[in-house]
Design a protein around this ligand. Structure first.
Ligand code: HEM
Length: 149
């Protein structure tokens, strides 16, 4: 299980870099009315692949992690509440936003609309992901001894 946690923790950084790149590119495309380039499509494709890979690893962890419990005490314990409910539900929402962002941007008629759709969906997904990562300065990460990598 250790290797899966390490992989899950590592993919977080790839996902964050791709998400930030996609957001900055969409914003700059929106502002300067650029053409939607093949590189914009590639970034959003890699972003969706890494998000879905993270979802897959997360789902496996959900079934094997001792931090996920379904007992009467689940909600009373900081760590089990976070991983059983908060982290998993918020991350699934964020991955859905990334997916909808890519699909609706692909379907948009104009380049400006493509950038606009990707920007807003990816930006909101970033906020959700940021809030749901167990960052080492959060109490839940301290309680579960979770670091940066
Ligand atoms: C954007 C998506 C996601 C990100 C960035 C993310 C990030 C993380 C990070 C940084 C950790 C701590 C790893 C460590 O101990 O070093 C973690 C743990 C965990 N994640 Fe996620 N996660 C995501 C999606 C999901 C999803 C969708 C699920 C389940 C449906 C999930 C389930 C879990 C579980 C169960 C753990 C605890 C594993 C353990 O320590 O036993 N994650 N996640």
């Amino acid at each position: 299980m250790g290797i899966l946690i390490q992989l899950h923790s590592f993919i977080r950084w790839i996902l964050l870099v791709l998400l930030l790149t996609a957001i900055i590119k969409s914003l700059s495309g929106m502002m300067s009315k650029k053409a939607y380039a093949p590189s914009d499509n590639k970034i959003s494709l890699f972003l969706m692949i890494s998000a879905h890979t993270q979802l897959l690893v997360g789902l496996v962890l959900y079934f094997i992690s001792p931090k996920v419990m379904f007992t009467a005490d689940t909600m009373k314990n900081n760590v089990s509440r976070f991983f059983t409910m908060e982290h998993s539900v918020m991350m699934i929402i964020a991955i859905a936003l990334i997916t909808i962002g890519r699909i609706s941007s692909k379907k948009a008629a104009t380049d400006e609309a493509k950038f606009k759709k990707s920007f807003w969906f990816f930006f909101i997904a970033l906020l959700v992901i940021f809030a749901a990562i167990p960052w080492p300065f959060m109490q839940v990460a301290k309680d579960a001894a979770i670091g940066w990598f």
